[in-house]
Design a binder for this molecule. Structure first.
Ligand code: ADP
Ligand code: ADP
Length: 229
């Protein structure tokens, strides 16, 4: 099980304005860490650095003790499964959409992806069957159902690291609670980095880090942080 380390990471899109000003934190292997902070704090930037859309100007990012600059793009993508806020679905069946998470998925993969998703409790929470066409961009599904398909699609790849990027931020409170319960099950014992601007979204994390203006200003448990307020 790999952990993630940000070691004194400095980064800015423009040389005059640093977004991350020496950011250090760790997601220990098998643990769940959440980053919270106001809009513009640099949360998405951290996700982009983790996927090497950009590299730090100084400092290092390690996965499983290895500098990610020494890792191939393919193994980086295999190691990290991402659940974004707004998942794009194909105009096809729920099964195909889930199995697409595997390269070159065939019919047999679609069937086994469906079994996997059902075992995780993702599929039977959808009102319609596995063979249902989702419509372009999942138009026939509700926001919550769409996220279940997106989560299942990420999990069939069995990535050792899970990155939740505002994964439930677009959902209403009740649907969010429901999906967070599912995520709690599927992310147990998996290295999980979650970023969100709402504290309710990340209440399940072992550790919560509060990011402001490129630095960590607080860290603690959800309960502990609520006491500060
Ligand atoms: P968050 O996800 O916490 O809302 P971001 O990481 O998206 O924050 O953005 C942090 C800062 O970086 C913001 O001030 C934003 O305007 C700036 N920023 C984001 N992307 C770019 C970019 N591609 N070029 C220049 N500035 C950017
Ligand atoms: P696959 O892993 O099958 O190629 P994914 O849907 O997992 O397809 O996305 C491929 C890669 O695109 C991810 O591993 C990640 O590097 C990047 N990616 C996808 N969505 C996002 C996102 N919302 N934010 C940052 N990176 C993303």
């Amino acid at each position: 099980q790999p952990g993630i380390v940000f070691d004194n990471v400095v980064f800015g899109y423009e040389s005059e304005r640093m977004i991350l000003k020496g950011l250090s934190f760790e997601v220990p292997a098998g643990h769940s860490v959440a980053l919270v902070g106001p809009s513009g704090a640099g949360k998405s930037t951290i996700a982009r650095l983790l996927f090497r859309f950009y590299d730090p100007l100084s400092g290092r990012i390690l996965i499983d003790g290895q500098d990610i600059r020494d890792v191939t793009q393919a193994s980086l993508r295999a190691a990290i499964g991402i659940v974004p806020q707004d998942s794009v679905l194909f105009n096809d069946t729920i099964g195909y959409n889930i199995a697409y998470g595997r390269n070159g998925a065939g019919l047999e993969d679609v069937a086994s992806a469906a079994r996997g998703a059902a075992l995780m409790g993702l599929i039977d929470r959808l009102p319609q069957g596995f063979d249902t066409e989702v419509g372009e961009r999942g138009l026939k599904l509700s926001g919550g159902e769409k996220q279940r398909v997106a989560i299942a699609r990420t999990l069939v790849k069995n990535p050792p690291i899970l990155m939740l990027d505002e994964a439930t931020s677009a959902l209403d409170t009740r649907t969010e609670r429901d999906i967070l319960a599912t995520l709690r099950q599927v992310s147990a014992h998996r290295t999980t980095l979650s970023i969100a601007h709402r504290l309710s979204t990340i209440a399940d994390a072992d550790t919560i880090l509060v990011l402001s203006e490129g630095r960590l200003v607080e860290s603690g448990s959800h309960q502990g942080l609520l006491k500060i307020d």
